[in-house]
Design a protein around this ligand. Sequence first.
Ligand SMILES: Cc1cc2nc3c(=O)[nH]c(=O)nc-3n(C[C@H](O)[C@H](O)[C@H](O)COP(=O)(O)O)c2cc1C
Ligand code: SF4
Ligand code: SF4
Length: 268
Amino acid sequence: MEKLAAFYFSGTGNTLFIAGKLCEALSSKYSYEIFDIADAYTNLDCAAKLRQKAAEADVIMLAFPIYGSSPPIPMRAFVHGLNKLLCDKKVILAETQYFFSGDGAASIGRTVRQYGGIVIGAEHFNMPNNLSDCKVFGIKNDEAIKKTVAKATKKLDDFAATLLSGKATKKGFSLFPHAIGYFCQRKFWRKEEAKKRTKLKVDYSRCTGCGLCAQKCPVCNMGIKNGKAIALNKCVLCYRCVNLCPNKAISIIGTEPPKTQYKGIPKY
Ligand SMILES: Cc1cc2nc3c(=O)[nH]c(=O)nc-3n(C[C@H](O)[C@H](O)[C@H](O)COP(=O)(O)O)c2cc1C
Ligand code: SF4
Ligand code: SF4
């Protein structure tokens, strides 16, 4: 059996769900291990360990949510950290999104190729929205997301079958998706991203200092000072804390905290 190392970043669980299911669907050909790359982003020893795992694998999977047609900052850092290890390595890309990225998978796939990696399949999976403090995008939970998750699961099974037969799609690599991903979103997002990383807001009339945000932040951006949550300036915009805070005290892109939080994928 070939070895598959799946590396994922996931703020609210959608991408972890896809990475896990995709590995299961490929298990007739691959023995697999799944790793959270957030650990590598904050810990040098862990980064070295994950690079070792990548070096030993026959195939690498990179799974990530899309933010403004861009991969999350930790995934970009992870791929640059792999650099020469990617040379001649087979790579599967799995991107999750609410509805649109253009070239989401290719946005990291092009970097993979620059380092000599061989993309053997790339796919986009529409999943529930987690951007909960922006009124234009609604938040759905529980039964209301069942159809979306079922559709993504079906797409995932089809993608796995094509990967196993060696004829998988490589979504996002042609000129048109590249152009719309860049001109409709990424060009503007990268500037916004840099600004928003430092703009997390805590509504102190709501925050009880429970510490959950600090406990769960994948990149240790949150802390507690004088009984209230504080943010450092290194948020990677994953929206985990915004959706988990029991008092809906946190917002980032929106001007107010969310009315409804995304709860993640239920166990049906
Ligand atoms: C800051 C931010 C930006 C996002 N931008 C996009 C986007 O450009 N296009 C899109 O379809 N979904 C967008 N989304 C939605 C997420 O990509 C989607 O819900 C994803 O599946 C979340 O994955 P996760 O649960 O693994 O974190 C965005 C979410 C966040 C938090
Ligand atoms: S999770 Fe919410 S209530 Fe708890 S410390 Fe963080 S901001 Fe405050
Ligand atoms: S502060 Fe919140 S949104 Fe930012 S990286 Fe941490 S958990 Fe994610």
